[in-house]
Design a protein around this ligand. Structure first.
Ligand SMILES: [Zn+2]
Length: 283
């Protein structure tokens, strides 16, 4: 499933190819995505110009010249790619084509059809039901240690589940929650209100894990703009995620896998503390 780094990589890959371009023609092949693709999409987009592409959580937001916003979510299996020399051949699971003025085609492909292609006036963005309740962006200044400490203090669930709550912070999905807690040396099982005092370690750990994933996606940007249009989600090397049974790179203990909230969690019992141990007195 595309997580924040994949969506941000998609945004950065698409931006230079679509910003400033007029949408010449729209083809919608299937409207029955997670929500229906609006019937007015074609009329609203035709002749409209894309000014910018932003990201909020895992939503891509295309700012249009007429002050509408085109929202795209990649769902479980979606991709958004630029085809520089498109043919008339439609691959299976290609649901929306946007033909741009330079002859290229922006293609939304989604086998499981859990993605979204929606349109709304920019003035309604703050109140939009998908966007209104989202917490701060993890890479923004508003996601500060003091914010995280306060937010975790209010919760008693396991810290890993709290980090995956989109109202607390957006875009820290299952993989990056495990990775961040490993980097910060905190057990995923620690109650959030106990983990609150480690917010100073957690905030930079979350940022580092996401930024490294975005950077490693950068090397595959070419895949995003290939004329073949393959999505090419990068295979990032993870420290603990998917590494059950392998030795921890820090302490050599085997990485453990548990299930929290019906999702797999990976961690090291050797170097991720479960409780707030009393400080050792200095000798
Ligand atoms: Zn370890």
């Amino acid at each position: 499933m595309p997580e924040l780094p994949e969506v941000e990589t998609t945004r950065r890959g698409l931006l230079p190819h679509v910003a400033g371009q007029t949408i010449a023609e729209i083809r919608v092949f299937r409207r029955d995505l997670r929500q229906k693709v609006p019937n007015e999409l074609e009329a609203a987009l035709k002749g409209n110009r894309i000014l910018d592409v932003r990201r909020r959580a895992k939503y891509l937001l295309f700012d249009l010249e007429n002050d509408d916003v085109l929202l795209v979510h990649l769902g479980m299996s979606g991709s958004l790619t630029i085809h520089s020399n498109p043919t008339d051949l439609r691959r299976v699971h290609e649901h929306v084509w946007l033909h741009l003025a330079d002859g290229s085609r922006l293609v939304f492909h989604d086998p499981r059809r859990f993605g979204l292609v929606l349109l709304f006036p920019r003035a309604e963005e703050e109140k939009h039901p998908l966007l209104a309740h989202l917490g701060p962006e993890p890479l923004s200044d508003s996601f500060s240690p003091s914010y995280l400490q306060t937010a975790l203090n209010r919760r008693k669930s396991a810290v890993k589940l709290a980090l995956m709550d989109q109202e607390l912070v957006v875009g820290v999905g299952n993989i990056y929650a495990s990775e961040s807690l490993y980097l910060a040396g905190i057990s995923p099982k620690m109650p959030a209100n106990h983990a609150a005092r480690h917010a100073k370690a957690l905030v930079p750990a979350i940022r580092q894990v996401l930024e490294e994933a975005i950077d490693s996606g950068g090397s595959t940007l070419r895949d995003y703009v290939r004329s073949s249009g393959e999505a090419g989600y990068f295979q990032h090397r993870f420290q603990v995620y998917g590494q059950a049974g392998k030795p921890c790179q820090r302490c050599s203990q085997p990485i453990e896998r548990i299930v929290q909230g019906a999702r797999a969690t990976f961690f090291c019992t050797g170097c991720q503390i479960e409780k707030n141990k009393p400080k050792r007195s200095a000798k």
